[in-house]
Design a protein around this ligand. Structure first.
Ligand SMILES: Nc1ncnc2c1ncn2[C@@H]1O[C@H](COP(=O)(O)OP(=O)(O)O)[C@@H](O)[C@H]1O
Ligand SMILES: [Mg+2]
Length: 362
């Protein structure tokens, strides 16, 4: 249900779209009205949606002609506004430094990632069942809601539980210095939106609808838990592999564009398969599914697995896990440890500490 305040937010968005269209030259008033309605119906409610969109993509929207698409794309083009595409090293550095990071819940894991999950990047967590993928998503989502902005969650496995997110939110709130008031709580509730997707068509529809919600709810994180599940379900045998990869390419490009246009972090989980190569090294014995297409799309790939019994014993952390960066263009292939508790992802030392705290409360 949309509240009045949320509806007003949507309207502010669409007003900006209207203002943008007003400025597009060469379109009649009637054309603008029609184009506006077509775009809003399609799910485009903010001019940011035109960033990175090609004429070809816009013409795929029913009711948008090539002529109109060309005019919109031209108007959204940075060169039109006199913006230079090139940036100096100092400017890039400044931008990178000012980028907001989302905490995973574990200081060690944040450090491994160079400070946390930065907005605008695509992060893949892969591992066998129970390795902590969904728990990471919950904690990252909770930290985003408490510190940064809205969250969209696409649940393909039916594993999302509101009670679990609330539990983690509750503990993280308790840990925070500045307590959250009722109004902020209400805001958090409205800023979290989940879609259950069971088919690829629904996944694509959800990604399309995401644009409507992103600016209205100030979304900073998109979670897809898990990504490859439905691709594997819908494309069965080896004969369909090429088709599957083509389809996957379309979907990951859509996510890349959302990440870039709206500066949101995209976190998705993935399953693993055994590497059939008999010469595979120990590290390559298990691989994320999705092939090269997904490999190229993910900015950071992180492999999750259970920690060794020595680690669990050392820290009295039976839930300890290992996280290893296996592919990233700017971070080394390094590994760290973290843990999972009632309060979500934490450092290994915290698991037993927090357990005591909770039992004392009870
Ligand atoms: N409420 C909870 N309290 C403590 N630990 C939990 C809780 N819920 C889940 N876990 C831990 O998380 C693990 C499951 O991790 P999960 O992220 O769901 O796995 P997957 O990688 O399959 O998504 C469980 O084995 C358990 O150790
Ligand atoms: Mg899971």
């Amino acid at each position: 249900m949309t509240t009045v305040e949320e509806k007003a937010k949507m309207e502010t968005n669409t007003n900006q779209l209207m203002e943008f269209l007003e400025e597009v030259s060469g379109l009649s008033a009637a054309q603008k009205k029609r184009v506006y309605k077509t775009l809003v119906d399609f799910g485009i409610t903010h001019p940011l949606a035109f960033k990175n969109r090609t004429v070809k993509e816009l013409t795929r929207i029913d009711g948008i002609s090539e002529n109109v698409a060309e005019k919109i794309v031209e108007h959204a083009n940075p060169s039109k506004k006199g913006e230079l595409l090139f940036k100096s090293l100092a400017e890039v550095k400044k931008e990178e430094d000012s980028n907001i990071m989302i905490s995973t819940g574990s200081k060690r894991l944040d450090e491994l990632l160079g400070g946390g999950i930065s907005l605008g990047t695509l992060v893949e967590f892969y591992g066998s069942p129970q390795s902590g993928k969904t728990q990471l998503c919950y904690t990252i989502a909770a930290n985003t809601l408490l510190e940064i902005g809205g969250v969209l969650w696409l649940d393909t496995e039916g594993s999302f539980r509101s009670s679990r997110l609330e539990q983690i939110l509750f503990y993280l709130e308790e840990k925070k210095k500045d307590k959250i008031d009722e109004k902020q709580k209400e805001k958090i509730n409205s800023q979290f939106n989940v879609a259950t997707v069971r088919t690829l068509a629904q996944l694509e529809l959800a990604l399309q609808q995401a644009e409507k919600v992103i600016t209205a709810y100030d979304v900073k994180l998109l979670v897809v838990d898990s990504l490859m599940d439905i691709f594997r379900a819908e494309y069965g045998g080896l004969g369909e592999l090429a088709e599957r990869q083509k389809h996957l390419n379309v979907v990951v490009h859509k996510m890349m564009k959302l990440a870039d246009a709206y500066n949101i972090a995209v976190v998705y989980t993935n399953q693993v398969m055994a590497n059939p190569d008999p010469f595979a090294t120990a590290l390559d014995k298990v691989q994320p599914v999705g092939g090269f297409v997904l490999g190229h799309a993910s900015d950071i790939r992180i492999w999750l697995r259970r920690a060794t019994s020595a680690t669990k014993k050392k820290y009295d952390a039976p839930n300890a896990r290992r996280a290893m960066i296996t592919d990233c263009g700017w971070l080394p292939m390094e590994e760290t440890i973290f843990s999972i508790g009632a309060f979500g992802i934490c450092d290994v030392e915290e698991e037993s500490e927090m357990k005591e705290e909770i039992s004392e409360e009870k």
